[in-house]
Design a protein. Structure first.
Length: 248
């Protein structure tokens, strides 16, 4: 089996897939796209992924897109290390959480990410070049225009951080219900993998506000101690490692 992963080191969606590949011990060739330079919008890449986003998995020529779809695919084709419960009801719970995660933290985390890390690069662009780049994004056109070159206003940042806070509270409730330490109980699942990069990102941006939720503190320690964590977050995967202004 040959795997080629089109992705970006700092991309939270890519980090989900790298984590599962690493956990399963599957060797993969990594094609790194420069998202700020628009590699994801080039015609040859759009043929693979018409959404113009990473990640994209090429498995022996079969093209699979969307990070949660890719992680489920990997779990189906590459046992025995498994991130999906056997019981259909538990499996449904995991998938419901994955939908919640894509709708809430995965979407919300883009606001502080773009405002704090990427905005300075966009502010250096001529306004016409910025508008053309934003307009060329199949999935994120409106997001880019809403941000503009002035950045998201304070109330959008606050709303995004509130949605993230509600995510930690929801995770806390799930862990309390199942007995933890993972979201669905004793075993780590794709739901934990799906939410992990959002918490890592918020922590890296210095915005983590879950210290009053000990179950989340433990969950975060546990996921960072997982053997797949280090190879997934190689140097350059954290925004603070790539953007010196974040460290200042
Ligand atoms: N639902 C997609 C979302 C992928 C996505 O938003 N990827 C981001 C990086 S995490 C991206 O490629 N952004 C490029 C851009 O905004 O132009 C997935 O989970 O794969």
């Amino acid at each position: 089996m040959a795997f080629k992963l089109y992705n970006a080191p700092q991309s939270t969606c890519s980090q989900r897939v790298r984590f599962v590949l690493n956990a399963k011990g599957l060797a993969f060739e990594e094609v790194k796209l420069n998202l700020l330079e628009g590699d994801q919008l080039k015609p040859e890449y759009l043929k693979l992924n018409p959404n113009g986003v990473v990640p994209t998995l090429d498995h022996d020529g079969a093209i699979i897109i969307d990070s949660n779809v890719i992680t489920e695919y990997l779990d189906e084709i590459a046992p025995p290390i498994n991130f999906t419960p056997q019981d259909p009801v538990e499996r449904a719970r995991m998938r419901a959480l994955m939908h919640f995660i894509d709708e809430m933290p995965a979407a919300a985390v883009r606001v502080p990410t773009f405002n704090l890390a990427f905005l300075p690069s966009f502010q250096k662009m001529e306004s016409e070049a910025f508008a053309a780049m934003a307009a060329s994004k199949p999935l994120r056109r409106e997001f880019m225009f809403t941000m503009g070159q002035a950045g998201f206003p304070r109330h959008e940042m606050d709303a995004a951080l509130a949605r993230l806070r509600r995510t930690y509270e929801r995770m806390d409730t799930e862990i309390e219900k199942t007995g933890g330490p993972w979201l669905l109980g004793e075993c780590i699942t794709l739901a934990d993998v799906a939410v992990m990069p959002s918490l890592v990102r918020i922590h890296d941006l210095g915005l983590a506000d879950w210290q009053d939720l000990p179950r989340i503190v433990t969950w975060f320690d546990n996921i960072r101690a997982h053997p797949a964590y280090k190879p997934t977050f190689y140097h350059g995967s954290l925004l603070s490692e790539r953007f010196p202004h974040l460290r200042a």
